[in-house]
Design a binder for this molecule. Structure first.
Ligand code: CTP
Ligand code: MG
Length: 339
C-alpha cells in the first residue's frame, strides 16, 4: 500500500474528461422528468392538506439537493404539529389516506430509524418516501444544494461517484455500504481539502442562514452566489479529480484515526469525537460526520467485511483510472454478484 500511495496521476488523464462529462450530462434528470416529479408532489400535497390543512410539505434528498439523477426517488418531509399522537400513528393514518386517494403500493415502514410511508405512482413510475418532522434532512438538503452552486466540479464528481457506487453494489446501507448522502459528503470534504481549495467550508463562515431544529442551530453562510470564483485557482479537471478521490479513499485516508468533517472543512480525530470504540451497533470503522447532527456517523453501517469491500472497490477504481485504456467503461462495469 505505502508504495502505491506516492503514485502521481497519469499524464494523459485529461483525455478522459470529455467522456466523463458526457456521462455526467446523460445522468442529469430531464425537464420531462422534473415536471412529472412535480405533478406527483402536487397531488400528494392535495391529499395531505385535506386531512392536515396546516401541514407543510418539504422536498428533501436528491430531488431537492440537485444531486438527483433520472433514477432517484422523491423524498418528502411533512412538517406538522402532531400533538399527543406518535409519528408512527400519523404515518399509519397517512398511509390510509393515500390508499383511499388511489396512490399505488402504499406501505408504512415504521421500524426504521426514520419511519416513513413508501409509495409508488404507476402513472409516472416514481417512488416516493414520506417522513414526518425530519427537519435535519430539510436543513442538510439546503446545505448540499448550496455547496453544489459554488463549483460545478462538485456535481460532476458526485454524480459520477454515485453512479459508480450504484453499479458496483456499494450504495446499499442495508448491506453495510454507504448511502448516497454519505458519498456526497465525501465528495464535498474531498474538494474542501484540495490545494488550492475547490470548495470553502460554509459552516466556518459568517452565518447568513440559520434554522433551529430540535434545539440544534443549523447555521452557515448561504450567500453562495458570492463564491462563484472560489475554486477558480484550481484547474484540475474531472478525470483527475475522480482519480484523486478514489486514490484518497484507497491509499491516503487514515481509517484508524480520522473522521471526515464537512462541518470543519477538514478531518478530525476519532478521539476528539469519542468514536474510538464500538458503541452499540455503531462500529466507527469508516467515519463520516453529519454536518448538523454531529453525533451521527454516516459510516456507522460499515462493518469489518464491508470496509474491506469498499476499500477494494476504491483501489479498483483508482487502478482502472490510472492504467486502463478505456477507463470510462471499466470503471462503471456492473458488479456481478454471481461470480
Ligand atoms: N439523510 C440523512 N441522514 C442519513 C441519510 C439520509 O439526513 N443518514 C437525508 C439527507 O437529507 C439525504 C436524504 O435523506 O439527502 C436522502 O438520502 P439518500 O437516499 O441517501 O440520498 P439521495 O440524495 O436521495 O440519493 P438517491 O439519488 O440515491 O436517492
Ligand atoms: Mg433519495
Amino acid at each position: 500500500r505505502m508504495g502505491r500511495s506516492q503514485v502521481e496521476c497519469r499524464p494523459d488523464i485529461d483525455t478522459f474528461t470529455p467522456g466523463l462529462l458526457a456521462l455526467y450530462e446523460s445522468l442529469k434528470p430531464s425537464e420531462v422528468h422534473k415536471s412529472k416529479q412535480k405533478q406527483l408532489v402536487d397531488s400528494l400535497a392535495k391529499s395531505v392538506s385535506k386531512e392536515w390543512p396546516n401541514a407543510q410539505l418539504h422536498l428533501y434528498g436528491s430531488c431537492a439537493n440537485s444531486f438527483g439523477t433520472s433514477h432517484s426517488d422523491v423524498d418528502v418531509c411533512l412538517e406538522m404539529e402532531i400533538g399527543t399522537a406518535s409519528t408512527v400513528e400519523v404515518l399509519l393514518r397517512l398511509a390510509d389516506i393515500l390508499r383511499a386517494d388511489n396512490f399505488d403500493n402504499v406501505e408504512a415502514i415504521t421500524s426504521a430509524r426514520v419511519p416513513i410511508v413508501k409509495m409508488s405512482d404507476s402513472g409516472s413510475g416514481f417512488s416516493c418516501d414520506i417522513c414526518i418532522n425530519n427537519l435535519f434532512a430539510v436543513a442538510n438538503t439546503k446545505l448540499l444544494k448550496d455547496y453544489a452552486q459554488i463549483d460545478q466540479r462538485l456535481l460532476q464528481l458526485a454524480f459520477l461517484v454515485k453512479h459508480w457506487a450504484k453499479l458496483r453494489g456499494v450504495n446499499e446501507t442495508y448491506r453495510g455500504t454507504l448511502s448516497s448522502y454519505a458519498y456526497v459528503l465525501m465528495c464535498i470534504n474531498f474538494l474542501q481539502l484540495r490545494e488550492p481549495k475547490i470548495l470553502p467550508c460554509l459552516q466556518a463562515m459568517e452565518q447568513t442562514y440559520t434554522m433551529n431544529v430540535d434545539g440544534t442551530e443549523c447555521a452557515y453562510f448561504d450567500e453562495v452566489h458570492q463564491l462563484q470564483y472560489f475554486g477558480a485557482e484550481n484547474k484540475e479537471g474531472i478525470a483527475e479529480l475522480l482519480w484523486a478521490f478514489f486514490h484518497y479513499w484507497a491509499f491516503h485516508h487514515d481509517y484508524r484515526r480520522d473522521v471526515i468533517s464537512v462541518r470543519t472543512g477538514s478531518t478530525i480525530s476519532k478521539q476528539e469525537k469519542n468514536w474510538t470504540t464500538r458503541v452499540g451497533s455503531d462500529r466507527h470503522l469508516m467515519c463520516i460526520e453529519d454536518p448538523f447532527e454531529t453525533g451521527h456517523d454516516l459510516g456507522r453501517v460499515v462493518d469489518r467485511q464491508t470496509i474491506r469491500i469498499l476499500r477494494e472497490e476504491f483501489e479498483r477504481a483508482a487502478a482502472v483510472l490510472q492504467y486502463n485504456d478505456d477507463p470510462c467503461v471499466a470503471l462503471f462495469e456492473p458488479y456481478d454478484y454471481e461470480n
